[in-house]
Design a protein around this ligand. Structure first.
Ligand SMILES: *Cc1c(COP(=O)(O)O)cnc(C)c1O
Length: 403
């Protein structure tokens, strides 16, 4: 297989603005004119390249951003949405109908878990949650009603890695789709190149990178992406999570330095994780050989972008987790906030925040204790300085626990 260069693919896009500008023009219109009545009739029936009808259906600015994201994942097509969860729910509802079944990783974003567990059953769609690190368990859960395996390439928040090649082989064997949320590892993992059929991102995180908006994308084969915006049957068209074109233009501009940001996030997180590990702390970072899936992960990634910007520290208890986070915010290491991919480090306790949708007993069964602190390491110029500051807080908060 020829090497895949996601960052080069983005860089190679050439857009011109309406008057030759180096930035594409922003199309600030909800509706579009037609010269002839019959042309309008035609576009209601099928997509016409370069022809726009109504902004919820498609607009040129969203098309630019979608194309850049399709280039990044190496899929034929993509469609952007107003949030990551809209990309997920639209995909699930486009593929599944009443009576259908989904096999999903049990370790997924809390909102996705809540949708599958509480909302989808109201529509007759059921889900079996499995340990995604055990391919034989995943395969055994597939029934004749199963339409897809759903997972995250790197899971939230335990940073488990899905063997996407193995998942793809299972899905192909059973004639079902592999749907992958790649939010934690843009550029680092290219799921479609490893056999995923549909790749989803919350653009809110690393891809936009400036914590100023919520957005999402669905990348996949053209017929599927076209079906999402079908005026009669499309989940994106009919549920209506359209991204505003002003915001879309802004996300596209932020994507230009995504490759440099990912390298920096990875460098910093790797350094800090390594040092914390050496100090004897319980740290989860898939770039460390101590991570149970380190070797698998190393075989999946586009190496130039490193092992990612996320790490988890286990402080042992919720109280210690809160104390550590408050100390780190006071020391200006970053912010006590959910989300990820910001230039400043963000930290939260997943058990009581982003994964609180998952019942406590299930969280504990997954090893997701209350003392976890999830950190999205920022673009700090010197990770050693950050490490020293974190260590000072750790010593202050955890000294009693360590003794
Ligand atoms: C944040 C997140 C989502 C949801 O995206 P929004 O943009 O907040 O709607 C989905 N999956 C993962 C892994 C996330 O981190």
């Amino acid at each position: 297989m020829k090497p895949f260069h996601p960052a080069q693919n983005i860089q190679d896009i050439q857009y011109f603005g309406e008057f030759g500008g180096v930035n594409p023009s922003i199309e600030d219109s909800s509706t579009y004119t037609f010269l002839k009545g019959d042309k309008m009739e035609e576009i209601f029936e099928k997509e016409i390249e370069g022809c726009y009808l109504y902004s919820r259906h498609w607009n040129p600015t969203n098309r630019y951003l979608s194309q850049a994201l399709a280039k990044m994942e190496g899929t034929d097509s993509a469609v952007v949405t107003a949030s990551g969860i809209a990309a997920i729910t639209a995909t699930l509802l486009q593929v599944c109908q009443a009576g259908d079944h989904i096999v999903s990783s049990r370790m997924i974003y809390g909102g996705t878990y809540a949708f599958l567990k509480n909302f989808a059953p109201k529509l007759g769609i059921t889900t079996t949650f499995v340990d995604i690190t055990k391919p034989e368990v995943v395969e055994a859960a597939i029934t004749p009603k199963t339409k897809m395996v759903y997972c995250e390439s790197m899971s939230n928040p335990m940073l488990e890695i899905t063997d996407l090649r193995a998942m793809s082989a299972i899905c192909k064997k059973h004639g079902i789709l592999l749907v992958v949320d790649n939010t934690f590892t843009p550029l680092i993992i290219s799921p479609a190149q490893l056999g995923a059929d549909i790749v989803i991102h919350s653009l809110t995180k690393f891809i936009n990178g400036s914590s100023d908006t919520v957005a999402g994308v669905i990348c996949g084969a053209k017929p599927f992406i076209d079906s999402l915006s079908d005026v009669n049957h499309g989940a994106v068209m009919l549920l209506g999570p359209v991204m505003d074109s002003m915001r879309s233009a802004s996300v596209l501009k932020n994507m230009r330095d995504l490759h440099m940001r990912m390298m920096y996030h990875s460098r910093n997180a790797h350094h800090i994780a390594q040092k914390l590990h050496e100090k004897g702390l319980k740290v989860i970072y898939p770039g460390l050989p101590s991570h149970p899936q380190h070797a698998l992960y190393a075989g999946l990634i586009n190496k130039e972008f490193g092992f990612g910007g996320m790490l988890v520290i286990d402080t042992g208890s919720k109280e210690k987790a809160y104390e550590l986070m408050e100390a780190m915010q006071n020391a200006n290491i970053g912010y006590l906030a959910v989300s990820l991919g910001f230039y400043k480090t963000l930290f939260s306790a997943p058990g009581s925040s982003t994964s609180s949708e998952i019942p406590e007993e299930e969280r504990l069964a997954m090893g997701m204790g209350d003392g976890l602190v999830r950190m999205s390491i920022g673009l700090d110029p010197d990770p050693e300085v950050t490490f020293q500051r974190i260590m000072k807080c750790v010593d202050q908060v955890l000294s009693t626990a360590k003794a």
